[in-house]
Design a protein around this ligand. Sequence first.
Ligand code: ATP
Length: 488
Amino acid sequence: MQSWLQNLDLLIKARTPLIWIKSKEEERLFRVLNSACERLNKKRVISWDCVNGIQGSLNDERKFSNNPKGILNWINEQNNSLSTILILKDFHKFYEDPTISRIIKELSFSLKETTHNIIFSSHIFPTSDELDELLNIIELPLPDQMELKKLIKNISVKTDSDLNDNDLNELAMASSGLSELRVRQVAARALTQRGKISRIDLKDIVEEKKQVIARSEILEFFESNSNQNDIGGLSILKNWLNQRYQAFSREAREYGLPLPKGVLLVGPQGTGKSLTAKAIAQSWSMPLLKLDVGRLFSGLVGSSEARTRETITRAEAMAPCILWIDEIDKGFGGDARSDGGTSQRVLASLLTWMAEKNSSVFVIATANAIDKLPPELLRKGRFDEIFFLDLPKSEERLSILDLHLKKRRPNYNFQLSTIVDRTSGYSGAELEQAVIEAMHYSFSERREISERDLIKAVSELVPLSRTAKEQIDLLKQWSSTGRARLAS
Ligand code: ATP
């Protein structure tokens, strides 16, 4: 049994009078509580909301609509032999009323002597400081793989959609991160269009997930069209990543390997850090969620931690996925004194999560500078590995130039050795820029690109390694102390 369910059972068994469950899935929560009721030999689950009043009790059906005080007094009067779980929906709208808050306080004592529990069901966490101490809070997690499989299987049986095991697994895997309601909505659309559900619906599921992510202001569902073949050089990093991918399998778990945590890529601008994140998502067929570190910190100080928690929850719900923290140095490089310690606390919760995480969320963090990175982030064990992406060596420049030329002018016909010799200190992005510039020259004369065009483009470009020499030397110095592995 999942740990949150065990926790719920324990709370109910221990006669905890007031339990707050945060969830948007009322129907599912009702089912969950009904199952708990059966497991724990409780007599009944009754629900109440301000429009429909009581539901589930023959004698009192629809009583106390619009009467939150009435329902609180009602549970207090119920006979002990009729052990009851009472679900109160949307009660956060009522507890600011002083009489109601007083009754709740008293119930927190009087119900201890009874076999009844009150479950407050709400889409938010309680916001009342006064009641906080009296409430036991649980967050209903989104459905896990087993529940999703069961749900999709049920729909498929009811609709005569003959799904094989493989399709069922893929659909369930793709649906992770969606609520039951959203999965049902996708299925309903598929049924209207095609009369059954099938693997064709994978596309709609991904679309639905994008919308869920779009509602989070911090995460962006990033479309990636690049794959590993688009990366020139960086062979050690590519091999390492391919090895780590295998460690996501069940076989690897059985072998005793832990789930991969993530990787930190450090290097000058334009050396392929972002490209690697995008390519990995494609090669591993996992959604790429880009975390906007700037937005994490924008707005009111204090709420950044809550946003971090929410972001982590969302990413976990999307697992298996890749969480890309771009320019991590920009977010956590702040001075603790200037932001009231917010960045320290956010970093601490991120690091704790990474240390304890046992979900298939692979973190790829990228940084241009190390002097601003907090040392705790660089400590061994935080990431599986830290890679330094240096400016490309000659054979890498050859492969990068060839890649970008072939992508745009597949029939180009000249040697690259001279250009390779003249581009020492150029980044991958600068080499790409030179190819495009050279194509402008040749295109203006409506002819095929030549070696001369590229030589000219290269000579007119001042690489960052010249303008930002100090910064790059600092990075090289740091990497040479053995604190990061070379990516190539
Ligand atoms: P920044 O630190 O500025 O974000 P970055 O290291 O993330 O830079 P990318 O955004 O990955 O650099 O690189 C920009 C572009 O340069 C890529 O989209 C790609 O077209 C090209 N490029 C960089 N490195 C390589 C490479 N090793 N192979 C092929 N193309 C590359």
